[in-house]
Ligand binder design. Sequence first.
Ligand code: FAD
Length: 323
Amino acid sequence: MARKVLVLGEVRDGSLRNVSFEAIAAGKTVAEGGEVIGVLAGKEVSALGQEMIQYGADKVIVVEHDKLDQYTSDGYSQALMAVIDQEKPEGIIFGHTALGKDLSPKLASKLSTGLISDATDLEEAGGNLVFTRPIYSGKAFEKKIVTDGLIFATIRPNNIEPLAKDESRSGDVTSLSVDITDLRTIIKDVVRKASEGVDLSEAKVIIAGGRGVKSEDGFEPLKELADVLGGAVGASRGACDADYCDYSLQIGQTGKVVTPDLYIACGISGAIQHLAGMSNSKVIVAINKDPEANIFNVADYGIVGDLFEVVPMLTEEFKKLKV
Ligand code: FAD
């Protein structure tokens, strides 16, 4: 059944986040040959419309307004509801990001519809669209289908492969004028933490340190390895609690959920709460002095050894491969 599907493009620092392209790919599957419409909301974002088309959107609708410069649920829900009223889609796909997690339940409630959140896979099976999503902190997966009405889903970053960029694709980028009113939240200023390098939630490679790194300086060899591999540095709560690093790096049940292609856990014991945030990584490498450490139970490759010896050796070897 061909459907019309809306896909939200998420903009950060003037660029589309990768999850937007993954959402377009998911949107194509939901559309089943129908139309995929990209939606951009913000201030001066229309120039990004063509990129959504190059990644597979058929057309893009842009809602620009000074009050959409910073994300607020009130502002974005007014913008999105206006597009939904105009287009009457049969499917809606957002990234399962901080923005998507905030906005999607609000819209689902306004639309009196259900929501499949945090989908990690989507396939056509037996005439149904089947969404897969983790439950019980990633210990099990459930399969969901929508039997009737609007299909509204958020997809976990780094799980659904985007389509290849096709620069020859073209399509309409049109603007929709929406009166944004009654914002209950006004963002006066955004103060960013000085962050080095790649965003954890979208990183393809993560080098994570635990209490085994022993100090703030102990993270240095991990940062060097991350630099060589073009990855990001993450941490266990043990490392954050010990003040070796900032809580923004925490991965796990009460931290970020990540699914990189490669996760290298250094000096992390593998507590269940940590595994909840990283066990769906595609390849897991664990470096730990203790051969009995639980992290080895989820690792694809395990290195029993001192991280301060092993990590610099890995960095040197990867440097050679890059030459
Ligand atoms: P440890 O368990 O102390 O492990 C350190 C490891 O380093 C050991 O295995 C040791 O053998 C190894 N090691 C030491 N020195 C070296 C060396 N030189 N070389 C190699 N290996 C070495 N934790 C999270 O990570 N994320 C969460 O989101 C999270 N949420 C939680 C929520 C709740 C409600 C609770 C109760 C706990 C939560 N925790 C979370 C904490 C979790 O239970 C663990 O305490 C924490 O993950 C342990 O961190 P760690 O593995 O770094 O430290």
